[in-house]
Each structure stands twice: as structure tokens, then as C-alpha cells.
Design a protein around this ligand. Structure first.
Ligand code: GLN
Length: 583
């Protein structure tokens, strides 16, 4: 009889957070995932979000930050972006579960009568549905390890059912197949000159009350954790000393896997899960990347125009895509946030663009700040500053071109105004849609690039796929006019019906590209997105030309070479910096 190969048991790692929120569970999950992958294990990461929204698609960016869209069109938590950028693998709809989805599913089943007269309860019905979702990715047999990040902070009412499901799951599949990692905070009290372990002890106590004993403690702190302190935490929390791991603040999130490797987190995890830990990590590419992020020889300042500049999590993937693109250009990318609404109000906008080497106009919804973006594009186009428009940013570029070069004074998007010249209009299949959730054009779609265009050269390919999240598009009735007046429609859907990319020829502008999709979602740490890469390259060139000109001609003042134009905040390689404003 032929022997059937025994199915390999998938191992589960659960990551919870304690003491305070925003400790970086997503980065911890991604870093551990990367280390396991670097040793040859097949890994995926899923996120459990305790809110009642079915997905974050309907939430304000101020509430939630960016909505990350997967290839299969799910609107998900921004942590999935970190998972993809670190692991360099695509996530799916199944990698993000919310309380809303769980209840939705259970209530639908109840209405169908599937529960056969039972009283439907949190335990076991809700927890069973959570467990089903915890294990669904294992069914394919594609993964050796599944990391589950549980959103929220231990002690929250909302996350209790997820923790209970995690406890049950560990009991059902066995302790040797599950591992609990708790991310905690060890604050440094300056007046006492000491690191304090009490909040961690309390957080672990709360976990123990619900039947979860952490196997590994990852301690965020600003100071190094001494051996004695690790012993103390281990003793009070019932965790082996070697499994009390330090996660010190890093200068870039991409360094965390390397510090975890020094702490041997992956080896401890593999041993505890009974997986072979003899394989060597292959981190050469990652190390090279981190080195390039940390030690660039050049720098550029990119103006980022949007309306959510106070909360940079709203543009998380764009900010990260700049880090990746900077690394490939040996340049530090400094983001200068510019509030689009301010650009509407000022008499002159010159000062905003002083010492700015390139401008990105961000995606967005609604009319607030749109006229500021359009005004900025006219300025950027005329001053020949490298321009990159994403989704709404591209739509604004089309409106600006129609108004100022095609003679259509009232050109607009029907999202913002009722106008005769709706150069941006609702997609036909969007016209009858009433509900808001998950009804946009979402996920990956193919696009064909025009030979010889900027984007064709950037991608080095004519056939690409990119991810979308929008309802409006370029109105085909205006395509001929836009092209006649010099705008290049350099990317279209395979059926030719949808304009996906616009650009201006290099002869008239050094770099002017707008895309209807979201390229930032596909940029990976060690594989920068081609358009971001080329945009930064153009911006570096722009800076070099400006500097050379000002050196050869002391009277040269391009766009106010001496000024400093910001709204007061900028980000250097992902870190917030407050600046003196002098505009
Ligand atoms: N609001 C625009 C639309 O729905 C652009 C969306 C976006 O920038 N993601 O088409």
C-alpha cells in the first residue's frame, strides 16, 4: 500500500499587547515573520481587530489611519502593509478579521436557522467563529507557521473573545503547537533613574486571569534591559529568563528584525514550538537594505500634499514607499507635509515649495482641500518640479490640465461639483450603488503601458497589475482633447476603457506622472516600487541641478532657494521631526 505522507502540523504564534497601545505589535509580528522566513519556514501573518466595523473601509483616516487594500480587494488594517513589506508576500482577505465580520457571520447563520434552536452566545458561538478564522489559512497546507496578531491591549473589553478563542485553540491543538508572545512596555522613570517592571507584571497577571501564560515576553523600552531585570521580570511573570526579550527603540522599523536576531528571538520561538532551529538565517539582502536606509549619501525633500497631514498614519504606505525608494537611490527622503487646505487660502504659495525637490499629491475623498491641490499642480507643472499624483492626486492633475490647457474653465470631478465638464466622473458601474462598505473599485487590476512612456521605462514591462480603491475615473469623452493638448494617457485597462496613468512628455517636464491606482501598496522593503524609485531619482536630479545652478550663479533664486517651506512638521526616514516654520 502506498504510504500517505502525514500532514505537517501548522504551528501557531499569538502576539498580544499590554500596558499601552501603539507599542508596535505589527512590527514585532512582521520582524519575527521575516526571521522565520529567512530560515526557510513558510510563514503568514493575520490580524484580529476588535472593532465592530466590518472593515476599516468606512472609517475616517483620523480614526484608523490608512486603509490597506490587498490583491483580492479587501480593505484591511494598515498592519497588513507591514506584513507585506517585511515578508515580501501578498496578504489576502483571510489575513484580517474584525469583530464586525465575526458577528456578521454568526448572525447570518442564526437567521438561516443553522443553530437549530440553540441560544447563540459569545462562548461557544463567537469564539468558535474566531477559531475557524484563526485556522482557515492553515487549510491550504501552504504555511508552517501562522502568526496571529491580536489587536488592542490586554484588559480591553473588546478583545476578550479573541483571547478566549486563543486560549481554547491552544488547549485544542496542544501547547507544543502554539506559542504566546506578549509585547509589553518597561518605562524608564527618569527621577528614579530606573526601569519599572510593574506594568508588565500587571499586564501578564491580566492575561493569566483569562488562562493565558505568555511563553515569550517582548519588552519595549528606551534603555537596555539588564540581566538582573530580565530575571526579575521572568520570575514574576513565570517566563524563562532567556525568553524575556528586549525591544529597544530603533532608528528605523526595518532594523527591528536585526535586533531580534541578536536577541535570538527566532531560535527561542522555534525551540519552544519543537521546530528545527539549526538552519542559518539568510538576512544578507535585508542587512544591505537597512544599511542603505541608515547611511545614505544624498538627501531630498519631498512635499507631500494631503489633508490628513496631522496624522501621518493616514499615508503610512506612501511614507514607507519613500524609504524603499530612497534606499535604491542612495538618498534620505525627507517628507515635508503640506496641508492642501492652506494652499487654498494663501495669496502666494511660493514659500511652500522652497527647497522642495519633488511633490506628491496624496489620495483622498471629498472636496476639502481639492482646490489647493489643483493650484499646487499648476505651480508644479509650470515650475517643472517633479510631480507624482496618486488616485485623487492624478484626478486633480487631469482637472488642472483641462482647466488651464484645454480651455475648460469649469472642469471638475463630479465628486466635487455639478459641472458640464466633468472630466472626472463616476464609473458607470458605480452609478447605482447606494451602500458605502466595500463597494468601490477594489483590488488588483491589469493595465497596459504605452511603449516608450516614462512608466514603461520605469516598470521595464508593458503589462502590469496594480491595486485600486476609487469610484471615479477619467471621463472618456475628454480623452481626445487631453491627448491633443499634450497629456499622454500612458496606461489603460486591457479593454481600453479606463485611463489608469497620465503623464507629460519628458521634453516639457522632467517628471510628471499621475496614477489612478495605489502603487504605494505594492512597494516592498527590498523591492522599491518602480514609479516611486523613478520619482525619487528625478527629485535627486532636480536638487542637483538646482544646487549646481545656485553655485554657478549667486543671484539665482529658483523657487526661493533659501527659504524653508513647511507646515512645521517633517519626517526623516519615517521619524517625526518638528521644524521651525518660516513661511
Ligand atoms: N475620491 C476619488 C475616487 O473615489 C479618489 C480616491 C482615492 O484617492 N483613493 O475616485
Amino acid at each position: 500500500m502506498p504510504k500517505t505522507k502525514a500532514k505537517k502540523q501548522t504551528k501557531y504564534i499569538f502576539i498580544t499587547g499590554g500596558v499601552v497601545s501603539s507599542l508596535g505589535k505589527g512590527i514585532v509580528s512582521s520582524s519575527l515573520g521575516l526571521l522565520l522566513k529567512s530560515r526557510g519556514f513558510r510563514v503568514t501573518i493575520q490580524k484580529f481587530d476588535p472593532y465592530i466595523n466590518v472593515d476599516p473601509g468606512t472609517m475616517s483616516p483620523y480614526q484608523h489611519g490608512e486603509v490597506y487594500v490587498t490583491e483580492d480587494g479587501a480593505e484591511t488594517d494598515l498592519d497588513l502593509g507591514h506584513y507585506e513589506r517585511f515578508l515580501d508576500t501578498n496578504m489576502t482577505r483571510a489575513n484580517n478579521t474584525t469583530t464586525g465580520q465575526v458577528y456578521n457571520e454568526v448572525i447570518q447563520r442564526e437567521r438561516r436557522g443553522d443553530y437549530l434552536g440553540a441560544t447563540v452566545q459569545v462562548v461557544p458561538h463567537i469564539t468558535d467563529e474566531i477559531r475557524r478564522r484563526m485556522t482557515q489559512l492553515a487549510k491550504s497546507g501552504d504555511f508552517d507557521v501562522i502568526i496571529s496578531e491580536i489587536g488592542g491591549t490586554v484588559g480591553d473589553i473588546e478583545s476578550l473573545p479573541f483571547l478566549e478563542a486563543m486560549r481554547q485553540h491552544t488547549m485544542k491543538v496542544g501547547k507544543n503547537n502554539c506559542l504566546s508572545i506578549h509585547l509589553s512596555y518597561v518605562p524608564y522613570i527618569a527621577s528614579a533613574g530606573e526601569l519599572k517592571t510593574k506594568p508588565t507584571q500587571h499586564s501578564v497577571k491580566t492575561l493569566l486571569e483569562i488562562g493565558i501564560q505568555p511563553d515569550v515576553l517582548v519588552c519595549r523600552s528606551e534603555q537596555p534591559l539588564s540581566k538582573a531585570l530580565r530575571e526579575k521580570i521572568g520570575l514574576f511573570c513565570n517566563v524563562e529568563t532567556r525568553a524575556v526579550v528586549e525591544a529597544r527603540d530603533a532608528s528605523t522599523i526595518y532594523e527591528v528584525p536585526l535586533t531580534f536576531a541578536e536577541e535570538n528571538v527566532d531560535t527561542i520561538v522555534l525551540e519552544k514550538l519543537g521546530l528545527p532551529s539549526s538552519s542559518k538565517r539568510d538576512l544578507a539582502k535585508w542587512r544591505k537594505y537597512v544599511d542603505r536606509v541608515k547611511n545614505p549619501s544624498k538627501s531630498v525633500r519631498i512635499g507631500m500634499i494631503g489633508k490628513y497631514v496631522q496624522l501621518q498614519d493616514a499615508y503610512k504606505s506612501i511614507a514607507e514607499a519613500f524609504v524603499h525608494a530612497g534606499a535604491e537611490n542612495d538618498a534620505k527622503v525627507e517628507i515635508v507635509w503640506i496641508n492642501s487646505e492652506e494652499l487654498e487660502q494663501k495669496r502666494s504659495i511660493d514659500s511652500y515649495f522652497a527647497n522642495i525637490d519633488g511633490v506628491l499629491i496624496a489620495p483622498g475623498f471629498g472636496s476639502r482641500g481639492v482646490e489647493g491641490k489643483i493650484r499646487a499642480i499648476e505651480y508644479i507643472r509650470k515650475k517643472k518640479i517633479p510631480f507624482f499624483g496618486i488616485c485623487l492626486g492624478m484626478q486633480c492633475a487631469v482637472i488642472e490640465y483641462a482647466r488651464n490647457l484645454c480651455g475648460l474653465r469649469d472642469a471638475n470631478s463630479s465628486e466635487f461639483a455639478t459641472t458640464r465638464d466633468a472630466v472626472i466622473d463616476l464609473m458607470p458601474d458605480q452609478k447605482h450603488i447606494q451602500t458605502k462598505g466595500a463597494t468601490m473599485r477594489l483590488g488588483s487590476y491589469p493595465c497596459i503601458l504605452k511603449r516608450g512612456s516614462i512608466v514603461h521605462k520605469a516598470y521595464r514591462d508593458q503589462f502590469i497589475t496594480e491595486r485600486h480603491r476609487h469610484r471615479y475615473e477619467v471621463n472618456n469623452a475628454y480623452r481626445a482633447l487631453l491627448s491633443d493638448k499634450g497629456m499622454v494617457l500612458s496606461g489603460v485597462s486591457p479593454d481600453g476603457n479606463l485611463v489608469e496613468i497620465i503623464e507629460l512628455p519628458r521634453e516639457v517636464h522632467p517628471f510628471f506622472v499621475g496614477v489612478q491606482f495605489h502603487p504605494e501598496l505594492k512597494s516592498r522593503a527590498t523591492k522599491a516600487h518602480p514609479i516611486f524609485r523613478e520619482f525619487i531619482r528625478a527629485s535627486v536630479l532636480e536638487k542637483e541641478t538646482r544646487v549646481a545652478k545656485s553655485k554657478s550663479d549667486p543671484n539665482f533664486s529658483s523657487i526661493g532657494t533659501n527659504g524653508h517651506a513647511t507646515n512645521g512638521e517633517s519626517v526623516r526616514n519615517g521619524r517625526m521631526v518638528r521644524e521651525q516654520t518660516s513661511s
